[in-house]
Design a protein around this ligand. Structure first.
Ligand SMILES: [Zn+2]
Ligand SMILES: [Zn+2]
Length: 82
């Protein structure tokens, strides 16, 4: 009598985000910060580095923060145009 094991296996197949289900779902590598999906784990890890390592660019006019320098620059330029 091993009902616990059967329950465990069925719950794994229901929850695609479970670590044991990763190999069955090709697009299960999800970024917890922005919600983007990746097919490969190393792609996700490279993406996560962007969130962690990049300095947060802050707009000195409205204090809005940006992960990407190009977006930050574009945003600040819009303040200067006014
Ligand atoms: Zn992300
Ligand atoms: Zn701003």
């Amino acid at each position: 009598m091993q009902p616990r094991i059967i329950d465990f296996m069925s719950s794994v197949s229901k929850h695609q985000g479970h670590p044991y289900a990763v190999s069955f779902n090709q697009r299960s590598h999800k970024c917890n910060i922005c919600g983007k999906y990746f097919t490969r784990k190393d792609n996700l890890q490279a993406h996560l580095k962007m969130h962690i390592e990049d300095p947060q660019y802050e707009c000195k006019y409205c204090m809005k923060k940006f992960y990407r320098r190009d977006r930050w620059k574009y945003h600040v330029l819009q303040h200067k145009c006014i």
